[in-house]
Write a protein that binds this ligand. Structure first.
Ligand code: PMP
Ligand code: GLN
Length: 390
């Protein structure tokens, strides 16, 4: 049989996360690749899910999501960001941020439309844009003299054409750990308004910022709420990446459009997870604050270990990933190094270049996750010292 996969999805293959997690399993390596914590979310939230299953919350919830979770999301947005969203019509519960991104792009972009994203970008962006028949236009983030990845506003402006429909903004940013500043968000906001673009904001790491840096949602900037689809996920906030529960907040016409697509992708989201996440948003934000403080210590711990092993280390101000430059170790190609890392050091990491349209710009970067127990980070760091010894 000839290749059964539709043309627009060819070249996507298996995600780097699946490839690298399988490699870790096969070789018994420490997995600092795929970003998932090795400890569970808050107890009371886990118990709420079990209780929900035991008390009959097991049939289809309504398409937009259970009112209890939509209400909890609305209260959280208001308390945390001063943003008002109507739980009936301006909030949609999704199967993680992944479905939220896919449904937004599929709902809002015509074939041939252009969508701007900052590279390196989270892998599902390119796939969702390809599924829509739209075109991704990448604007490159580069480290400044302090090692913080940022963009050139002139490059962003130059990327906008009459076909540009939307811009996908991920802050805190995976995989670079950049948290966009108010000034950077201001540049993006001004261009969105000038060119009439929709902003799709991936804010899954909204609570995971360090050194006193606060996440600023693009929708809080003047004139942006009305054109922004704001996406969150319980996976990273509450360390339940396997629950795949996320949400969209946006003006009603945008939510209606996204829901029109979402209802035929998955119709709805598992009820027990929704009730448990509503509980988490209402009662476990203290736990999230502790998670963030704990992660800051883990970031420093892994950065130290990586520096001692000879990597160039670029300090992240958010997310649970740290970027490294492998050139000081005498390596040039992150994909080649990460495929051999299990054999060289018994550790798995992610080659950042796969998140670029211009892979040569990220060839020397490798990403490590630090959402792991201290002893796991220490053991990985000890093993990575073998690299400079060999
Ligand atoms: N966006 C980014 C930037 C991510 O890192 C991830 C992975 N958590 C997702 C989206 C997907 O989130 P979810 O697991 O909720 O689908
Ligand atoms: N968001 C996770 C990461 O960046 C991976 C999610 C996935 O496996 N698709 O590591």
């Amino acid at each position: 049989m000839s290749e059964p996969l539709v043309t627009r999805m060819r070249g996507f293959g298996t995600t780097i996360f699946a490839e690298m997690s399988a490699l870790a399993l096969r070789t018994g390596s420490i997995n600092l690749g795929q970003g998932f914590p090795d400890t569970d979310g808050p107890d009371s939230m886990l118990r709420r899910a079990v209780e929900a299953i035991g008390s009959g919350a097991n049939q289809y919830p309504p398409g937009p999501g259970l009112p209890e979770l939509r209400q909890a999301v609305a209260e959280h947005r208001l308390r945390h960001y001063g943003l008002e969203y109507d739980p009936d019509g301006e909030i949609l519960i999704t199967v993680g941020a992944t479905e939220a991104i896919a449904a937004s792009v599929l709902a809002l972009c015509e074939p041939g439309d252009e969508v701007i994203a900052f590279e390196p970008y989270y892998d599902s962006y390119a796939a969702s844009i390809a599924l829509a028949g739209a075109r991704l236009v990448a604007v490159t983030l580069r480290p400044d003299e302090t090692g913080r990845f940022t963009f050139d506003p002139a490059e962003l402006r130059a990327a906008i054409t009459p076909r540009t429909r939307a811009i996908l903004v991920n802050s805190p940013h995976n995989p670079t750990g950049t948290v966009l500043t108010r000034a950077e968000l201001g540049e993006i906001a001004a261009l969105c308004q000038e060119a009439g673009l929709i902003a799709i904001t991936d804010e899954v790491y909204e609570h995971l910022t360090f050194d006193g840096v606060e996440h600023v949602p693009l929708a809080t900037l003047p004139g942006m709420r009305e054109r922004t689809v704001m996406i969150s996920s319980a996976g990273k906030t509450f360390s339940v990446t396997g629950w795949k529960t996320g949400w969209i907040c946006a003006p009603a016409p945008l939510v209606r459009a996204v829901q029109t697509v979402k209802q035929f992708l998955t119709f709805t989201v598992g009820g027990p997870w929704q009730l448990a996440v509503a509980h988490g948003l209402r009662h476990e934000l203290g736990w999230v604050a502790e998670l963030r403080a704990g992660l800051e210590g883990k970031r420093d711990r892994l950065m130290e270990g990586l520096a001692a092993a000879g990597f160039g280390v670029l300090k992240p101000l958010g997310t649970y990933f740290v970027q490294t430059d492998i050139r000081p170790l005498g390596h040039a190609d992150g994909l080649d190094l990460t495929r051999r890392l299990p054999e060289l050091a018994g550790v798995v990491a992610i080659p950042t270049q796969v998140f670029y349209d211009h892979p040569e710009r990220g060839r020397h970067f490798v990403r490590f996750a630090f959402c792991k127990k201290d002893e796991v980070i220490d053991e990985a760091a000890a093993r990575l010292k073998r690299l400079s010894a060999s």
